[in-house]
Design a protein around this ligand. Structure first.
Ligand code: COA
Ligand code: ZN
Length: 296
């Protein structure tokens, strides 16, 4: 068996966007990104080019991108964009890779990015046309269920939704469990349907851990043949526009289980744990009244 898996760290984007009580300085963000790289992280979604009114914490996206690209030119670093304006800003900051977010749920799409499905598809096509060389992952938010509409049990609904994106040139799709409502059987069922319908489509997964099912869902995805998994240091994060959403699957937990099982993540668990504790101390001490517990 090929035992390599790709861990994509999303904490600097998905985690920091949820730290709403104070601004984290650019230098501290860069220090944490540096720590993540030094423990072996090679793939990272490190910021978003979104409205600073919607996500004030990531208003420094342009500056952070320039610093990250200069320091880590050979790593797989990318940012989230919600529209052409975000893609333009990302491109002009030097990024060649972004992820474009759309929700399977029409109501969450409206709450999150204030677009109808038709507008989101049109915007994706516009970005593809404007930046044909840019690599664009489509982040399918609420792929397994929605905070407003409940759980989606029919995988063919996802397949139908993605058809237009595949036809518009989508090469990779990340199935995001925005509120942590997925279960392992659903994960396997959905991946099997998508693999059969779109054999050339690259798949990634992104699980939240609301009911402690993030690890089980990640393992189910691996069993179904997906080797690219997203997670966030310290389990930090969640969508500010999904009521009740809790944290991401923590990178420490994912790395520990996978390494114990014999998979190669390329990440040193013990050093990663130190970084998670450092981040928890930093956020708890300076920016948040919340208790953050990192398990030893
Ligand atoms: N980057 C920075 N600013 C942007 C922007 C972008 N990508 N897109 C729009 N804006 C600005 C506009 O210039 C405008 O500014 P102004 O009020 O000073 O004139 C304002 O945002 C509203 O622009 P509009 O095009 O009307 O967008 P909107 O109000 O419909 O908001 C989004 C749409 C997508 C820009 C906004 O909802 C957003 O950024 N959401 C964040 C979603 C997110 O990150 N969710 C969590 C991760 S999934
Ligand atoms: Zn997330």
């Amino acid at each position: 068996m090929d035992n390599k898996v790709e861990i994509i760290e999303v904490g600097p984007r998905d985690g920091f966007q949820s730290v709403t009580c104070a601004h984290i300085p650019l230098q501290e963000k860069l220090e944490l990104i540096g720590d993540l790289v030094s423990v072996g992280v090679r793939h990272m979604e490190f910021t978003s080019f979104v409205s600073p009114k919607a996500i004030p914490q990531l208003a420094d996206a342009g500056e952070i991108t320039k610093a990250v690209l200069e320091t880590y030119p050979d790593l797989d670093m990318f940012a989230l964009v919600p529209n052409l304006r975000g893609a333009k800003n990302a491109y002009e900051s030097g990024l060649q890779k972004v992820c474009y977010v759309v929700s399977l749920s029409a109501s969450h799409n409206q709450a999150n990015i204030n677009r109808t499905h038709e507008q989101s598809l049109a915007s994706f096509r516009e970005i593809k046309d404007t930046y044909p060389d840019m690599e664009i992952i489509v982040d399918l938010a609420t792929a397994f269920g929605c905070p407003f509409e409940g759980k989606y049990r029919d995988p063919y609904r996802v397949k139908e939704f993605l058809k237009d994106y595949v036809e518009a040139g989508m090469k990779t799709c990340c199935l995001c469990d925005t509120i942590g409502i997925a279960d392992p059987a659903q994960v396997k069922g959905l991946i099997a349907v998508l693999q059969e319908a779109y054999p050339d489509l690259g798949l990634m997964v992104h699980f939240h851990d609301t009911r402690g099912s993030g690890l089980a869902n990640s393992l189910a995805a691996i069993e179904a043949g997906v080797v690219r998994l997203q997670s966030a240091l310290g389990g930090l994060g969640g969508c500010p526009f999904a009521p009740g959403a809790s944290g991401n699957l923590s990178t420490e937990d994912l790395v520990w289980v996978l390494e114990e099982m014999g998979y190669e993540t390329g990440i040193c668990f013990h050093e990663l744990l130190k970084t998670a504790k450092k981040q928890a101390g930093m956020i708890q001490g300076n920016y948040s009244g919340h208790q953050i517990h990192i398990r030893d």
